[in-house]
Design a binder for this molecule. Structure first.
Ligand code: UDX
Ligand code: UDX
Ligand code: ADP
Length: 435
C-alpha cells in the first residue's frame, strides 16, 4: 500500500482552490500544490484576494497557505514526486464544430495531459478527474498517456456555489470510480474527515456519468415544479402549497422544489446539455428528447416571465423605469453565468425600458448598475425580482410604492415576497404560480 505524501491540482478556479484548501486543512500530513497556467489567478490566491467568493474560505486558506498548501505556476513544483494529481480545469460547453453548444470542451484537460506527458515522472501518478468531463474521458486520458506510469480515477465534485466550504466539509457522498487499489489510496485522504459509509466506490464510467446525471436530475426538478407553476397560474392553485404537499412525501423529498424564473449557473445547463448530447451520440432519440424537454421548459419559463412583464404593462415599456433586483443566478454568490437575468434584461432593453439594476454581489459585464438601493425606486414603474437575496425581503415596499410612478408593478421571479401584503400596499403584484 503506497503512502500518499504529495497531491497536486491542475486549475486554481472555483473547484480547485476551495477543494484543495479544505483537503489541506483536513490532511495535515500531506502537501497540496495547486497549479494554474494563469499567473494572475495564482497571485490572487497567494495574496488572499480570492477569485471566488465563498463564506469561510478565508479560514481554511489562513490555516494552510504556505504550510501544506501552495499555489504556483511552476509545473515542476506541482508534479515533482507527486502521488495524486487532480484535474480541476474548466470544461465549458463546446463553442464550435461538432457538438457545439452541447458537448463539453476538454481542450483544457488536453493541455494538462500534454504537460504530464512531457514531465519525467519518477513514480506512479494517480490522475483524478475532478471537473465534469464527457463520458469515457478516462479512456482518452489513458490513450494519450499510454507510455506513462499513470492510473486514472473519476472523483466528481458536487459542491454548489455559495456553500462550497460547507459542502466540502460535509459532503452527501464522495464518489470514486476506477481500479479499487488506487481508489482506496484516494479514499485514504477523504477518510481523514468524511465518514467511511459516505465514500462510494464505482466503476469509472459510472462515476463520470453520475455527475452529469445528478445535475440533470436537479435541473429536472426545477423544470418539473416550474411546469406546475404554469398550470397553477391558469387554475388558481398555489405552487408553493404544491411544493410543500408533494415534497413532504419522503420518496420525493422537499429540496429543489422552489419555483423560479429559471435555473442558471455554470453547471446545470451545461451538464444537462452534455447528457442530451451523449444520448444523441448513442442514437437514443427518445431519451434525448426526454431530457431536452427539461432544458426547453427552462427556456420557456424565462420567456414566459418577460412576456408577463411586457403584456401586463400593456406592451408599453418604452422610457419607463424598471428596477431590476438581482442579477446573480442564485443568492449568496457573485456569479452571473447563465443567469436568467441575462435574457430578461436583454429583452427589457429591446423594449427600450430604462433599467436600474442592483445586486449586492453580482456584476454583469458592460452594464451600468446601482451600488445601493438609494433612490432606485424614485419614479419607477416596476420592480422585477430575479434573485432571492434576503436583502430584498427587507426593503420598505410601502415607501418604495410612494416613490414610484402609478400604476406600480412588482414582478417577483422568485416568489420572494408575500403577494397579499404587496397588493394591499397598492402594487400590481405578479408572482409565479400563485394568485
Ligand atoms: C402509487 C403511489 O406510490 C401511492 O402514493 C398512491 O397513493 C397510489 O399510487 P402504487 O401504485 O401502489 O402506489 O405503487 P408504487 O409503489 O408507487 O409503484 C408504482 C410503480 O412504479 C410500480 O410498478 C413499481 O414497480 C414502479 N417503481 C417504483 C419503479 O419502477 N421504480 C421505483 O424506484 C419505484
Ligand atoms: C449545482 C449543483 O447543485 C452542484 O452539486 C454541482 O456541483 C454544481 O451545480 P450550483 O450551480 O452552484 O450547483 O447551484 P444550485 O444551487 O444547484 O442552483 C442552480 C440553479 O437552480 C440556480 O439558478 C437556482 O436558483 C435554481 N434553483 C434551485 C431553483 O430555481 N429552484 C430550486 O428549488 C433550486
Ligand atoms: P471550475 O469551475 O471548473 O473550477 P474555473 O474556470 O473556475 O473552473 O477554473 C479553472 C482554472 O483552470 C482556471 O483558473 C484556468 O486558468 C485553469 N487552467 C486552464 N487550463 C489549465 C492548464 N492546462 N493547466 C493548469 N490550469 C489550467
Amino acid at each position: 500500500h503506497m503512502q500518499i505524501n504529495k497531491v497536486c491540482c491542475f486549475g486554481a478556479g472555483y473547484v480547485g482552490g476551495p477543494t484543495m484548501a479544505v483537503m489541506a486543512s483536513k490532511c495535515p500530513k500531506q502537501t497540496f500544490v495547486v497549479y494554474d497556467i494563469n499567473e494572475l489567478q495564482i497571485n490572487k490566491w497567494n495574496n488572499k484576494q480570492y477569485p471566488v467568493y465563498e463564506k469561510n474560505l478565508d479560514e481554511y486558506i489562513n490555516q494552510t497557505l504556505d504550510n501544506n498548501l501552495i499555489f504556483t505556476c511552476d509545473i515542476d513544483i506541482a508534479l515533482k514526486d507527486c502521488d495524486i494529481a487532480f484535474l480541476a480545469v474548466n470544461t465549458p460547453s463546446k463553442k464550435y464544430g461538432l457538438g457545439a453548444e452541447s458537448s463539453l470542451d476538454i481542450s483544457y484537460i488536453d493541455s494538462c495531459l500534454q504537460e504530464i506527458k512531457k514531465y519525467p515522472l519518477t513514480k506512479k501518478l494517480i490522475l483524478v478527474e475532478k471537473s465534469t468531463v464527457p463520458i469515457k474521458t478516462c479512456d482518452y486520458i489513458n490513450a494519450v498517456l499510454k507510455d506513462k506510469n499513470i492510473c486514472v480515477l473519476s472523483n466528481p465534485e458536487f459542491l454548489a456555489e455559495g456553500t462550497a466550504i460547507q459542502d466540502l466539509l460535509n459532503p452527501d457522498r464522495v464518489i470514486i470510480g476506477g481500479t479499487i487499489e488506487y481508489a482506496q489510496q484516494l479514499a485514504s485522504l477523504y477518510q481523514q474527515w468524511v465518514p467511511k459509509e459516505k465514500i462510494i466506490f464505482t466503476n469509472i464510467y459510472s462515476a463520470e456519468l453520475s455527475k452529469i446525471v445528478a445535475n440533470s436530475f436537479l435541473a429536472q426538478r426545477v423544470s418539473s415544479i416550474n411546469s406546475i407553476s404554469i398550470i397553477c397560474d391558469k387554475i388558481g392553485a398555489d405552487v408553493n402549497e404544491i411544493s410543500q404537499c408533494v415534497g413532504s412525501d419522503s420518496r420525493i423529498g422537499n429540496k429543489f422544489l422552489k419555483t423560479s424564473v429559471g435555473f442558471g449557473g455554470s453547471c446545470l445547463k451545461k451538464d444537462l446539455l452534455c447528457l442530451i448530447y451523449l444520448c444523441e451520440s448513442l442514437q437514443l432519440d427518445e431519451v434525448a428528447q426526454y431530457w431536452r424537454q427539461v432544458y426547453l421548459l427552462n427556456e420557456f419559463q424565462k420567456q414566459r416571465f418577460y412576456n408577463l412583464i411586457i403584456t401586463s404593462m400593456f406592451n408599453s415599456l418604452r422610457n419607463k423605469i424598471i428596477v431590476i433586483l438581482g442579477v446573480t443566478f442564485k443568492a449568496n454568490t457573485n456569479d452571473t453565468r447563465e443567469s436568467a437575468s441575462l435574457m430578461i434584461i436583454q429583452k427589457l432593453q429591446e423594449e427600450q425600458a430604462i433599467l436600474r439594476i442592483y445586486d449586492p454581489q453580482g456584476k454583469i459585464d458592460k452594464l451600468e448598475q446601482y451600488q445601493s438601493l438609494d433612490g432606485i425606486f424614485q419614479g419607477a414603474s416596476a420592480i422585477v425580482i430575479l434573485t432571492e437575496w434576503e436583502e430584498f425581503t427587507k426593503i420598505d415596499y410601502a415607501q418604495a410604492y410612494n416613490q414610484m410612478a402609478k400604476p406600480s408593478y412588482c414582478f417577483d421571479g422568485r416568489n420572494l415576497l408575500q403577494g397579499d401584503i404587496m397588493k394591499s400596499l397598492g402594487f400590481l403584484y405578479y408572482g409565479l404560480g400563485r394568485i
